[in-house]
Design a protein around this ligand. Sequence first.
Ligand code: PLP
Ligand code: ZN
Length: 424
Amino acid sequence: MKEKYSVVCSECGEIVHDKYAQSCSHNHSGLLKTEYSKKDLVVHNSFGIFRFSDWLPVEGEILVESRPVTFHNADLSKETGLSNLSLTFSGYFPEEGARMQTCSFKELEAVPTLQRMINRKKEVLIIASAGNTARAFAQVSAISKVPVILVVPENSLSRLWTTVESENILLITVKGDYSDAIECSRKITSVECVIPEGGARNIARRDGMATVLIDYVMTKGHLPLHYVQAIGSGTGAIAANEAAKRFLKAGRYGSELPHTHLAQNAPFTPMVSAWREGRRDLIPDIDMPDARESIAKVYADVLTNRNPPYSIRGGVFDTMTDSNGLAYAVTNEEARSAGKLFTDCLGVDPDPAAAVSLAALLQAVDSHSIKPSDSVLLNVTGGGYSRVKEDFTLIPVPVTIKLPSNEPGIEVLKDISGWVKENV
Ligand SMILES: *Cc1c(COP(=O)(O)O)cnc(C)c1O
Ligand SMILES: [Zn+2]
């Protein structure tokens, strides 16, 4: 029987036999990509994103209803002057059928990533996050009972809740920021059976996020001319571009890759800076001077990744080159005002990052990069926090280990090892 998919290195074309690997046998930095044996996608009558399982690197499914939904909003179309604007919304907005209770598109990556762990019974994933990713994994772990280890900065603890009681989560807080959480989690992978989630390198993460574009295409019947997203790492945009290429190959959804319109929140805009100069390399002194200070100033802090997969083969630079992309720097003031416009039109609160996307869309309209009748997919990457609070009790994820630094000492590593033996 033909395999459902193969995994290919975007740098050398090697077919990688270990489907959970994060790089080829030459250890190339280029991203691995999934190639599905089904050239066209058939929508299944399944739960959540599993309706698109033809293009997900999973076998079987878990019963979670996480999925994006695509719809039109007359008020927002009027305000932006775009007659063919669609919102693909990942969050909680029950009137439109959006029921992702952790309110961000990180749930789209958590579902297939944890689903794959069911086949790897002896291992546990570790994920470092500043908030949305950890909450998404916590929720999907609580529903599926697949164990996870989460490492977050102490000050993002308020973002760590689920709507279902969790049992299989080891939550570690570190003193410091997102980079310290990453550093700490890297050290913990020395514990036997603990494996890193992989971020952009994880094919399940990207193909899960690609369901945003897939949902748009299945709703509208064609590829959009423009794809608009606020990015921190750019993984969502890479994923959308990969899925768009699959649709081009399928043949009946259009003949052009959607233009990628990427936004970051000023003053922290490294990829906007490098892209505008046509550079593949990020140069910290030019693209992110005073990184710590700039990061502290932005409204949408999920958009502040200092090591994004920008330069590597198959990364953000290649996505932008393939698709004739444009990049936008959005100020806090523009983002806040776009956020208010969004709430006025839809009656639901956007994640700050989604407000940044809308602000970038407004810039693109003003500069005529997007024309009034063009088809547009606005990726609303998160929203619905106030509604979720009305409909559910938010249960804080209990902290297991509280570190006074980013350093897990010998005793702590022993405790983690003990937890792994008991829970995995
Ligand atoms: C993580 C996140 C982003 C950025 O996504 P990337 O594609 O990884 O850069 C945007 N919006 C929200 C709500 C997020 O949680
Ligand atoms: Zn390779």
